[in-house]
Ligand binder design. Structure first.
Ligand SMILES: C[S@@+](CC[C@H](N)C(=O)[O-])C[C@H]1O[C@@H](n2cnc3c(N)ncnc32)[C@H](O)[C@@H]1O
Length: 480
């Protein structure tokens, strides 16, 4: 079974790791293991985690393509190096750059060229004397010359920790830290966004078509990073601000009214898919319902988990099998369905939802229509100001392919200036007739389509032109 092992030597890091692993309910596909030498920490209980004691330092797991190993933090790594008397070199990987900081005065023996990497050094940097295979070194006069001639697999080797520190601080969001001698990654539980790295590792272990030979494989790491610019990463922090105009209370009331109107079941158990920051679910919890909610953005789940009242939360994609069954109501709100860009994904979702629903239960979802894309997101470039930075939102609607593309560029203030973050949202605009056909071929029955006018059911008699008349349509499906 593929495994992620996280090593810590500091007992206070254990709860931070457990917290970072909180939404990974994939015990059966992937094992998550914490390794630490303190017996008292083994008392922590976490459903999806294995806690392993460590009596002998030399017994650390050896990374393989099936076992990605992390140190919990640079501090844990340094502790280990001191105990074992080994080099503590650090490899920083950025989507555009890689820098290897050599520490101490022992030679660095790993041959970077064996991993298709090109070791580079600035003239006069003592790093040249520490790199074992000197004949492989590529020399640059200074940093601007290195940047100008940079190739994807160049690694700049340096002993100048101040220089490396400045480089890393300029864009600290986007660096990932490795320990090249051990082939370990670093989770940075104390100051980073560990769940993104875990997610990246999880993707690497479970989904990537090309298994990585080694974590030195910068191209592979960058590939993962690229994947990780997925929607709702940094934007999660700003989502609730962005949605401040949305009247979630009205939405929840509409949903409950439709449930009363179309289902004869007593409502108690609700599942919300693609719940985001759980604004809908939270109101349902407050009304006393038993609510579970999931999303495939860890950052959105974290934002939800930080709220005082919340549903049970877990990590899942819309097309994943649903662990729950016998729900009276399944919801998927605020055009989350549009994120499924292929009709076959919607068919999978409907099948999974039908398995999760009780007979007579409802699946309610909404879509953003052609009208909404043409009117509001066809050619947009907006600037948003937040306390911690600026965001540029660009939107483009490809009406031939029915693809709505949004790019978010965030310039986050930091002590040295701004760091840049980027994410892309791709949605498919569906004509209602397409969805009606997919639903007809699914185990669920379409019983109503509403616009925001909740009383008038447009299905089946008032369908003409609905995609251009309304910006949002709500579909109500039943398990018979
Ligand atoms: C517009 S937000 C809506 C969030 C929430 N339902 C609401 O009403 O505020 C879209 C949500 O869909 C989630 N999402 C997008 N694609 C997804 C997928 N394939 N599986 C699960 N969630 C997905 C995103 O992470 C995001 O939280």
């Amino acid at each position: 079974m593929p495994k992620i092992s996280i090593v810590t030597f500091l007992s206070e890091e254990v709860p931070l790791i457990i917290n970072a692993c909180e939404f990974f309910p994939i015990k059966k596909e992937l094992e998550l293991e914490i390794i630490c030498p303190y017996e008292d920490t083994l008392k922590y209980k976490a459903d999806n985690l294995h806690l392993t004691g460590l009596n002998n330092f030399a017994a650390l797991p050896v990374p393989t393509p099936q076992n990605i190993c992390f140190f919990a933090s640079p501090a844990s790594f340094l502790y280990y190096c001191k105990q074992e008397n080994i080099n503590s070199s650090l490899l920083y990987v950025h989507p555009d750059l890689a820098v290897l900081e050599l520490k101490g005065n022992r030679p660095f023996l790993t041959d970077l060229a064996a991993y298709d990497l090109r070791p580079c050094v600035l003239e006069g940097d003592p790093a040249e004397n520490l790199y074992d295979k000197k004949e492989e070194l590529i020399y640059f006069e200074d940093f601007p010359q290195f940047i100008e001639g940079k190739k994807p697999n160049n690694v700049l080797i340096s002993t100048n920790f101040r220089f490396v520190e400045i480089l890393v601080n300029i864009d600290n969001e986007n660096w990932e830290l490795f320990h090249p001698e051990l082939n370990y990654r670093n989770l940075c539980v104390t100051n980073g966004k560990p769940y993104n790295l875990l997610l990246c590792a999880q993707k690497q272990l479970l989904n990537m078509s090309r298994p990585l030979d080694d974590i030195y494989d910068l191209a592979g790491v960058r590939f993962c990073k690229k994947n990780n610019t997925s929607a709702y990463s940094f934007f999660a922090e700003h989502y609730d601000d962005y949605m401040a105009q949305v009247d979630y209370t009205l939405w929840v009331n509409n949903v409950l009214n439709w449930f009363k109107k179309y289902s004869s079941l007593q409502l108690s158990k609700i599942l919300e898919l693609a719940c985001g920051t759980a604004n809908v679910s939270i109101q349902l919890v407050q009304k006393g319902y038993n609510v579970t909610a999931c999303d495939n953005s860890i950052d959105m789940l974290k934002a939800a988990a930080n709220k005082p009242v919340k549903p049970k939360l877990y990590y899942a994609a819309l097309t994943d099998p649903i662990p729950d069954n016998n729900c009276q109501l399944v919801l998927c709100m605020f055009d989350s369905i549009n994120y499924l860009t292929q009709t076959k994904q919607i068919a999978v979702l409907l099948k999974e939802v039908s398995l999760a629903l009780a007979t007579g239960g409802l699946f309610i979802f909404d879509i953003s229509t052609w009208e909404n894309s043409i009117d509001n997101f066809a050619h947009l470039c907006d600037l948003h100001r937040y306390n911690d930075g600026l965001m540029v939102h660009q939107a483009y609607f490809n009406s031939a392919q029915l693809i709505q593309l949004s790019t978010l560029h965030f310039f986050k203030k930091n002590p040295l200036g701004y760091s840049y973050q980027f994410e892309q949202h791709q949605q498919r605009v569906y004509y209602s007739y397409e969805l009606i056909e997919i639903i007809h071929n699914s185990p669920l029955k379409l019983i109503a389509i509403h616009s925001s006018d909740i009383t008038k059911n447009l299905y089946p008699r008032h369908l003409t032109g609905i995609d251009v008349k309304f910006s949002r349509l709500f579909f109500i499906l039943q398990k018979e």
